[in-house]
Design a protein around this ligand. Sequence first.
Ligand SMILES: [Zn+2]
Length: 448
Amino acid sequence: MKYVCSSCGSEFLKWSGKCSSCGEWGTLEEVEETLSSSGKHEPVKVANYGELAKYNIKSSSKKDESHISTGYGELDRVLGKGFVHGEVVLLSGEPGVGKSTLLMQVVMKFCKKGRVLYVCGEESPAQLYSRFDRLNNGKDSKYSSNFVVTEDTVVENILALLENEKFDLIVVDSIQSVSSTMSKGYAGSVSQVRLSGSLFTRIAKTKGIPVFIVGQINKGGDIAGPKVLEHIVDCVLYMEGDQYNQYRIVRSMKNRFGSTNEIGVFEMRSNGLEEVGNPSLLFLESESDSSGSAIGAIMQGSRVVFVEVQALVVARESEVGPMRRVANGIKKPRLDMLCAVLSRKGGVFLGDKDVFVNVVGGLNVNDPSIDLAVCAAIKSSVKDVSIPKNKVFFGEVGLTGEIRGMWGVESIVSESKRAGYDELVIGRTKIGESAGIKVKKMIKISSL
Ligand SMILES: [Zn+2]
């Protein structure tokens, strides 16, 4: 027996009330060590084998057929040219972010070239149909006969269906709503999610069909989160964004068949999600030149994206209580570190002030090259001096206050020029002068 945290997926040999890995309480759940312990055995047969040379893909007839387009360039980009035969993709994100809308749109496009099995465990088929109808603008689609739905959430029954009928894509919405007869746990428990996930993975591999699995995120911890499945699947996609913002970002956290840096950007409209082809200028908001705002350039995979960072620094009214460092769009520890560096090395003392930072547009930035823009916005707020809107910042700030040149600076220079910026502030890099844009190299944060 072992115990698995339903929140972070960590495994333990002993039970305890608190997960020592993620700190959540009451999330450890007992799981069976092996599948065979449940009593069902498949009949033994001799394993297939063959000489390696037989598996030479280049000599076989299908070349770039190995990728199946989702019908959306932005999603294909994140997956790495689309689905691979037999690939298992896990899509997760906060409830209400638009996972089901995205899936429905993918299925609607996919139906034009193949047959789709949609396991609807979260909604009734009637609810599914009403979404289909809304996204299809009430029109009848001649391809909708390829859209097959099942309400059966017993994994073995679904697998039996797949033995009898041919499908080209399987959608499981969601993994927490299906269950296997081989496990005693309730649907959504750690052991059910793990077992169902591996059964779908096995069928994907043996049949060569892509499987798209939705993983619900539940903060309460009463159902197993998508983390429990991450090591089983080939690709993990997270959908980000909130209901107050029209943009949705699909990001890959793990990808066996592509890069994990790419993002796909969609815009939520009344008639569904629309792809945003060139997101470089999407996350810029204000035209006004008020203080506390700076524009940063970041690399998102192979693309350059410009983001507006806003900062508000206010003097604390009383000495009691913790200092407030509120970060939206960047990690709070990163903001704490940048505030400390600015206080000690940047000539901007923040020890008696509350600092609020927000990345406009709902983008979560993990790329440290945003550091310089964050520092510039904070300093601008403290001094109440605005930064010209034609200026872009790009650089990582280190603990000693040094600014590092980052990978991708050539693309940043050319993209900044193309976007019409006049000045680019970067760290120490080898890059020389560039015609059409003023490149200012900044070595220390003190010269900001
Ligand atoms: Zn945990």
